[in-house]
Design a protein around this ligand. Structure first.
Ligand SMILES: [Zn+2]
Length: 591
């Protein structure tokens, strides 16, 4: 899922627009006095199901949440996107950064690669590296693994790496930015990693972004990581991903563990789909990266920390993946590394015993309670209902509600009522303080329109079609990102210029449309295709207007619209919205 979809998914258009104009609920819609033109009778509608809005009055225009903010604040798409992303805690790089910082980042990758090679050579060849070599041997790592993961050793010196890299024409400043040097108080700099076993961290494209380092004695902290740098962001990093991608795709399953050593031991024993989160819990960015490879995630949970909080987070991952997350519970006091080394079979057994994370939580909650007593029944409901409330998929939510009803022997209906109260209070909490953790319950909005996207893909891939789509209007595109691309495409003839015109946040969407595979055609056929696309878009636009207009009209009739007006409109079919606009305008004049 691209960042634009992610923002759309977290944002509720009713809440956002409601922050600008007071909305009144009317059937399945909300309405208000239009914030864009002056009127006395409301002709501005918001549609929660489609996450869109429309003004049937003087404006006769509409769109999604982005186009509302753009119009209301007088800002461009990129600014509107960032404003909304901010509200839900998603960070989007500034539009200048990627181009301006490109050379800098390229240098940082080179520096990291050089450092990794330097540490690796020392591990393999230096007398000082013996300690580290012995440690790895004691952990049973093969030399093939050591090479594959390019493990290394940082010497016990304040300046060894600095000297090595400065001689290769990297500046001290760059080395500080890369996180390899630390600036001392007196203004000097020294090596960050000293006398440590080094784990270079690679991104999915195999570039070294940072390092993890482990002490070789009993001192604390046991592990030290690179700080955040322009190329290293712990929260979006998955250790081992560079080596695991192909296997994860092939097996359609990823297993997530905690430690570097767990990953290496797993790979060495043929479990190439194992990767590690860079801390105790997975982040949404990591889940989003993984989602491109597989929807099937297994979390290897430590028996001690696998509490309800971890489960609640896992439900958040499920909502991002739109699929079930499964867990395995490691034997008390053991890491995956221990389990695999004990026997490959015991790891295989664990993999056969994965449980959906919510079933696991049920077991865990039930095991600590006496469900024949009223007190423990309500305790179980208190613990499990908030978790069930977080599930977005309504079928799975119903399944677990049933399961809970069975467990505590209470009717589903009374649990449903309790669930409703929880949702309502979650909703209120969210209105006060939008939190990136809390995923509000609502039906998945329509994130994209297949016709819109197909149309833009044809236009992008065959620019010569420009002369064949005069009838195509920007407002036919309800999704702002499609509309943005279409508008930019109308203005320029060149893909490089087009990309420059568009906000960086739209580039991912642009690329997906550019790379979309379209059926082979000749020139004449393509002209037909684009004519057909334009026609369908226009029809869809008018149809949805008519449908919404009809709804608006029914509401009008309820609140005193005349039967004659209604009949006249129904006669007009797709012209309904224009007619409706007229009625609203006349009514405003009358009042
Ligand atoms: Zn208006």
């Amino acid at each position: 899922m691209g960042v634009i979809d992610e923002v759309k998914q977290r944002i509720d258009i009713v809440e956002i627009i409601g922050g600008y104009v007071p909305l009144t609920k009317a059937g399945r819609t909300f309405r208000a006095l239009c914030p864009f033109h002056s009127e006395k009778h409301p002709s501005f509608y918001v549609y929660p199901e489609r996450q869109s809005w429309h003004c049937f009055g003087a404006c006769n225009t509409g769109g999604d949440v982005f186009s509302f903010i753009m119009k209301k604040q007088g800002i461009d798409f990129g600014e509107a996107l960032r404003l909304l992303a901010d509200r839900v805690g998603i960070s989007i790089p500034s539009r200048l950064e990627p181009e301006a910082g490109k050379d800098e980042r390229e240098r940082l990758y080179q520096i990291n690669a050089a450092a990794a090679q330097y540490f690796h050579n020392l591990l393999l060849n230096s007398p000082d590296g013996e300690k580290a070599r012995n440690y790895l041997a004691s952990r049973g790592l093969s030399s093939k693994s050591i090479t594959e993961f390019r493990l290394g050793f940082s010497p016990n010196s304040w300046e060894a790496l600095k000297q090595y890299l400065v001689e290769r024409a990297y500046t001290e400043n760059e080395l500080v930015t890369a996180g390899l040097l630390i600036e001392g108080e007196a203004g000097g700099t020294h090596d960050r990693f000293r006398n440590k076993l080094m784990f270079p961290i690679f991104d999915i494209r195999g570039r070294v972004t940072g390092f993890g380092a482990r002490v070789l004695d009993d001192s604390l902290p046991k592990y030290l990581n690179s700080p955040q740098t322009p190329v290293f962001d712990k929260s979006s990093t998955l250790y081992g991903i560079n080596l695991a991608t192909a296997v994860i795709r092939q097996q359609d399953r990823a297993v997530i563990v905690e430690g570097y050593m767990d990953v290496i031991t797993a790979h060495q024993n043929g479990f190439g789909n194992v990767i590690a989160s860079m801390g105790t819990s997975l982040t949404e960015k990591q889940v989003s990266t993984l989602k491109r490879l597989t929807k099937n995630m297994v979390l290897a949970l430590d028996a001690d920390v696998a509490g309800e909080e971890a489960t609640l987070r896992a439900v958040g991952y499920e909502n991002i993946l739109n699929a079930e997350v499964r867990v395995i519970i490691l034997p008390q006091g053991k890491d995956p590394d221990d389990v695999i080394k004990e026997s490959i079979q015991s790891w295989n057994n664990l993999m056969e015993q994965t449980l959906p994370v919510i079933d696991y939580t049920f077991n865990m909650v039930a095991s600590g309670l006496d469900l024949t007593t009223a007190k423990d029944k309500s305790l179980a409901a208190d613990k499990l209902l908030p978790i069930i409330a977080e599930i977005k998929d309504i079928v799975r939510q119903a399944h677990y509600l049933q399961k809970l009803a069975h467990l505590v022997k209470v009717s589903e209906r009374s649990l449903e009522a309790a669930l409703g109260r929880i949702r309502a209070s979650q909703g209120r909490g969210k209105a006060r303080k939008p939190s990136p953790e809390a995923v509000p319950y609502r039906l998945q909005p329509l994130l994209s329109s297949p016709v819109e996207e197909e149309c833009v893909a044809w236009l992008l891939q065959y620019p010569e079609l420009k002369t064949h789509c005069q009838g195509l209007l920007p407002e036919y595109f309800e999704n702002s990102e499609n509309r943005e691309i279409f508008l930019a495409w109308q203005k320029v003839n060149d893909l490089i210029l087009l990309r420059e015109k568009l906000d960086v946040a739209v580039h991912e969407h642009l690329d997906s449309l550019l790379n979309r595979s379209l059926p082979p055609t000749n020139q004449t056929k393509r002209e037909d295709v684009i004519a057909e696309c334009s026609r369908r878009l226009r029809e869809e636009f008018l149809r949805s207007l008519a449908a919404r207009g009809g709804e608006a009209l029914a509401l009008e009739a309820e609140s005193g619209g005349t039967a004659a007006e209604l009949a006249k409109l129904q006669e007009q079919g797709v012209e309904v919205s224009a007619q409706l606009g007229e009625i609203f305008t006349q009514r405003n004049r009358r009042k």
